[in-house]
Design a protein around this ligand. Structure first.
Ligand SMILES: CC(C)(COP(=O)(O)OP(=O)(O)OC[C@H]1O[C@@H](n2cnc3c(N)ncnc32)[C@H](O)[C@@H]1OP(=O)(O)O)[C@@H](O)C(=O)NCCC(=O)NCCS
Length: 199
């Protein structure tokens, strides 16, 4: 039985271990499993066959597509999107004959607000993806990713910048760009390789 102050939906085939916490308005679909220490914020969505391990925290409005396992050490802030079959890891040097279980062995993978991960991408543990970073489908992420950066490939390399609404940003000579959907303005610092919003 999950603890919740308000309502959420869990399909009857989902397994919610005693002690997990699920925010109001969340939806948990077929064959999901939430371990006892899993915490979901409000309005999250877990597609079919999603596993959320002990100690994993998801913020509000986190959308997880089918077949994703979130292992201990993963943190997702609000509005994170995880495409189908995204792969997380939490031990960098696993060996079957060498037990490496528990917090001391797990590395953190931290996804800041608004990050999107494309289908079937793999995140090698120990990386931090800053706000609204975007990872293309099928990539292998091995390094930290700056805010608003678009990365893809194996290993993932930076190929530009994406707005908070998911549009490529084309910067002018003054380092300014505008999201074509929202009109929000962005400023590039090409020396520091950073992008910030101008509002
Ligand atoms: C990364 C992404 C956003 C780029 O889209 P885009 O800006 O329209 O880029 P384009 O399609 O114009 O591709 C530009 C180049 O990058 C390459 N490319 C695009 N995405 C790539 C990826 N994920 N991995 C490797 N190369 C990629 C293209 O082949 C193209 O190369 P080319 O010029 O040599 O032909 C998109 O390809 C992607 O991966 N989206 C994620 C989709 C997804 O997983 N959704 C999940 C929910 S259904």
């Amino acid at each position: 039985m999950a603890e919740s102050d308000l309502d959420f939906y869990a399909h009857p085939t989902a397994v919610l271990d005693a002690g997990c916490r699920v925010g109001a308005g969340s939806r948990i679909w077929h064959f999901c499993h939430l371990a006892a220490g899993a915490v979901l914020g409000e309005n999250c969505s877990l597609g079919q066959n999603v596993f959320v391990a002990d100690g994993v925290t998801l913020g509000r409005n986190v959308k997880v597509q089918n077949n994703v396992s979130l292992y201990s050490g993963v943190v997702c802030e609000d509005d994170v999107f995880l495409g189908p079959s995204v792969v997380f890891t939490n031990v960098r040097n696993p060996r079957s004959a060498v037990p490496r279980r528990g917090e001391a062995h797990y590395q953190t993978t931290y996804l800041e607000r608004g990050v999107s991960i494309g289908a079937n991408a793999t995140l090698v543990c120990g990386v931090r993806l800053a706000r609204y970073a975007f990872v293309g489908a099928g990539s292998v992420v091995t390094h930290d990713v700056p805010a608003f950066a678009l990365v893809y490939g194996t290993p993932a390399r930076q190929h530009g910048w994406m707005s908070a609404h998911g549009h490529r940003l084309a910067f002018d000579e003054a380092g300014r760009a505008v999201c074509p959907e929202t009109g929000e303005a962005y400023q590039l610092d090409s020396i520091k390789n950073t992008v910030t919003t101008m509002s």
